[in-house]
Design a protein around this ligand. Structure first.
Ligand code: CA
Length: 263
């Protein structure tokens, strides 16, 4: 595994300056935005992505194979994994499945085949976003920043509704502990499913369009098929035991999108 520290002082970036003292902040003293793991077997691309993320302020680790990726997630506990699909050894799908058994870090899958994205969404491997190659490293960095901004949605929601736990019938949603219980039992959700539920639960009376849910959960700059929302909602409903026709928790608002049900 190659470790690359955050390096905002690389060519092209102005040094950060402490506004009180006027002193230049050294890279060691500057705060990391988070930890990223790049899993990519094309070494040139891996190096480029890692350098860009490092320049954007992330502590970045790089591995080039699937088994090394799973080990690296255990070791470094990253906030976000940029995961190539075609890898030597175990492929990206299997890596994602294995990661999901012990980590709820954000996963962005990159793939050279556009048609694979639909299949992947259907397989529900637990990835939070997808990017088709070739992508610009700038766009990838924007996606990384967008997924890492997600918890703020919950913070905003919580400020608006100062309760520690939201209850919908026998469904309990804890926006601070990020936990969901149904009939007293914990429900295991992917980060995306959880963020969708938290967004709707924070505004129980509001009907959300697919676009609004995308803006809240994926970030305003996300461009892609809004059908992605329906797929994640379908998985969420299945985990909550919700029948689409008579849904108690995630109800369909015809012509609009979805709304939190009363339970
Ligand atoms: Ca590859």
């Amino acid at each position: 595994m190659t470790k690359i520290p955050p390096n905002p002082h690389e060519v092209g970036a102005l040094p950060a300056v402490n506004s009180d003292t006027g002193a230049v902040i050294t890279p060691e003293a500057s705060t990391s935005l988070g930890r990223a793991l790049v899993v990519e077997d094309e070494r040139t691309l891996a190096g480029m992505v890692a350098a860009y993320l490092s320049r954007a302020g992330f502590e970045t680790d790089v591995v080039h194979a699937g088994t090394a990726a799973v080990a690296a997630v255990r070791e470094t506990d990253p906030d976000v994994v940029i995961l190539d699909l075609g890898l030597p050894g175990i492929d990206g799908i299997e890596v994602c499945r294995q990661i999901r058994t012990f980590s709820d870090c954000y996963v962005i899958i990159t793939t050279a085949r556009k048609d694979e994205v639909d299949t992947l969404i259907g397989l529900s491997v637990g990835a939070d976003d997808y990017l088709t190659k070739p992508f610009s490293v700038r766009e990838l960095t924007a996606r990384v920043q967008a997924v890492l901004r997600r918890p703020r949605t919950v913070d905003r929601a919580h400020r608006a509704e100062p309760q520690t736990v939201w209850t919908f019938g026998t469904l309990r949603v804890d926006p601070i502990g990020h936990e969901v219980h149904l009939d007293g039992k914990p429900v295991s959700l992917t980060p995306t499913e959880r963020d969708l539920l938290m967004t709707m639960a924070a505004r129980p009376g509001m009907a959300f369009s697919r676009r609004q849910l995308i803006d809240h959960v994926w970030g305003g700059g996300w461009v892609g098929d809004e059908h992605l929302v329906d797929v994640h909602i379908a998985h969420l409903r299945r985990k909550l035991g919700d029948d689409p026709e008579t849904a108690r928790y995630v109800t369909t608002v015809r012509g609009v999108g979805y709304r939190m049900g009363r339970g």
